[in-house]
Design a protein around this ligand. Structure first.
Ligand code: SF4
Length: 493
């Protein structure tokens, strides 16, 4: 999971108070920081001078960019990325945006993972002699796109047009299997966005007008649009290519239309910012709904006196919204028994187990006055590896909690995700091969309550969701993904 953004506006007001592409990309990335904290980057393009400028590094957005380096990023078009590494873990070589200058000027960022990386890389090597220089699947996607652009063109005719873009997009959508929301720029064309045929990762389009001229934005979530003072235009459809050309005209092409969509349900549960809306469904509203369906499950246990909770307490921050709804539905006091240190990173998103365990120790402080002697209904958004839940429950009990019932706004995660989330191995998941009482025992809870698949779908209010990590029914072939995971693990050592 990563955050992506792309902006294009008029050349004549670029780098003015009204519009500064690099600065707006930077500000947008700040609001997408929750999607990835390993690295950040911005690439800009001056459509008049036909020149690229870029900077990227490991670290948080605000650590990578200061006024000094932002001022060097000129131009009226910018793409940006905030990285959560699933492959090529910490290497600087794999950072985004990626750019190529030949045979055509092109830059790209993406969010997701392709699951046929190795066979596609081999095909490109056999056919065109491609040597990949990084471990990032974006590099491969750029080459596939580039080949699609230049097919049928002579070497001295590299000027591309919209038909070439459509052909390249189709080539990529057919060949690259998996999840990807791409934002890119092709010299002479403008800004473009492309979403995989299942729509697994989100991409939205926004716009604002300054001095009668349009400024367009393609980004992962609406929270970035809001922050930049842009109005939401619409979601980019699965399999759709959106282009905003250098004259700021919008073009849209439905390149591939698949009947079955598979939007990642985890966006509403955990990934997306609560203030965002995806596919017309408010993330905050979905989380309230998740709390309400969870309350129905908890009520059954309260009625038969299996649990007698005194308070509802969230694991901050994502589950706070659901906790409020659950407490309201059950008529129980809502209390914050754990306070989060705002200056540490989210634990699940960190990319090694060691880092995750240390992060839990650092990030949550118990409020003893609210915990001591209480039966706590503790709400969390998910249980992935189980180590975080175990540490939190142990912390609550150490500070005097009498009983802890762990209530989860997600069904048990029993299958790996190959679409850009760092839990690709079934064996890493605590719910794999365990029933609910066994999970409770492992994490040290007195009881564990999960919602079921139908509850989840009802709370989000959308058909066509990917729930593969719950059901094991993957929306694409995953045969090669298993190999992908194995090689990835070898790479990580
Ligand atoms: S497998 Fe799970 S986390 Fe991965 S895309 Fe599907 S729903 Fe999202």
């Amino acid at each position: 999971m990563c955050g992506v953004i792309g902006l294009i506006g008029p050349q004549e007001i670029a780098s003015s108070e009204d519009y500064w592409a690099a600065y707006d990309a930077y500000r947008g990335l700040l609001t997408l920081q929750h999607r990835g904290q390993d690295a950040a980057g911005v690439l800009t393009y001056d459509t008049m001078k036909k020149k690229y400028y870029g900077d990227k590094d490991l670290g948080l957005v605000a650590q990578v960019f200061q006024q000094k380096n932002l001022e060097t990023l000129r131009g009226n078009l910018a793409i940006g990325h905030t990285r959560y590494a699933t492959i090529g873990s910490d290497g600087k070589n794999d950072l985004q945006p990626m750019v190529m200058g030949f045979p055509i000027g092109m830059g790209m960022v993406h969010n997701g993972n392709i699951v046929n990386y190795f066979s596609l890389a081999k095909e490109m090597a056999d056919k065109f002699g491609l040597h990949l220089l990084t471990n990032n699947d974006l590099e491969l996607m750029m080459h596939v796109f580039c080949q699609g652009l230049l097919t049928n063109k002579s070497i001295d005719s590299t000027q591309v047009n919209l038909d070439d873009m459509k052909r390249a997009a189709k080539d990529l959508l057919v060949k690259a299997i998996g999840a990807y929301a791409l934002v890119g720029t092709v010299a002479g064309i403008g800004l473009f966005g492309l979403r995989d045929p299942k729509g697994i990762r989100p991409l939205v389009l926004g716009k604002k007008t300054k001095n009668g001229k349009d400024i367009w934005c393609l980004t992962s979530e609406t929270c970035a649009l809001n922050f930049l003072g842009m109005e939401f235009v619409r979601d980019v459809a699965p399999g759709e290519l959106v282009i905003i050309d250098e004259n700021l005209q919008l073009h849209s092409f439905q390149i591939i239309e698949e009947k079955k969509k598979a939007r990642c349900m985890f966006e509403w549960i955990y990934f997306a910012g609560a203030e965002s809306s995806l596919e017309g469904r408010s993330v905050y509203g979905a989380r309230l709904g998740l709390g309400q369906v969870l309350a129905k499950k908890a009520k059954l246990l309260i009625e038969d006196k299996t649990i007698i909770p005194d308070i509802v307490c969230p694991v901050p921050d994502t589950s706070r919204t659901a906790s409020i709804a659950l407490a309201e539905s059950l008529g129980l006091p809502y209390r914050e028994g754990l306070i989060k240190n705002r200056y540490t990173q989210r634990s699940f998103i960190l990319n090694t187990q060691d880092k995750r365990e240390k992060a839990v120790e650092l990030k949550l402080s118990p409020v003893r006055s609210e915990i001591e002697g209480k039966n706590i209904l503790l709400v969390d958004d998910s249980v992935v590896r189980g180590t975080t839940s175990r540490q939190i429950i142990s912390l609550l009990k150490k500070h005097g909690a009498k009983q802890v019932t762990l209530a989860i706004t997600c069904p048990p995660l029993r299958h790996g995700c190959f679409y850009g989330i760092d839990f690709p191995s079934d064996k890493d998941l605590i719910a794999n091969g365990k029933d609910v009482p066994e999970i409770a025992k492992w994490v040290g809870a007195d009881h564990v309550i999960y919602i079921d698949e139908q509850d989840l779908q009802d709370a989000i209010g959308l058909d066509g969701l990917c729930m593969a990590c719950v059901t094991g029914e993957y929306p694409t072939s995953v045969t090669e993904a298993l190999e992908f995971t194995q090689r990835r693990n070898e790479f990580k050592g």
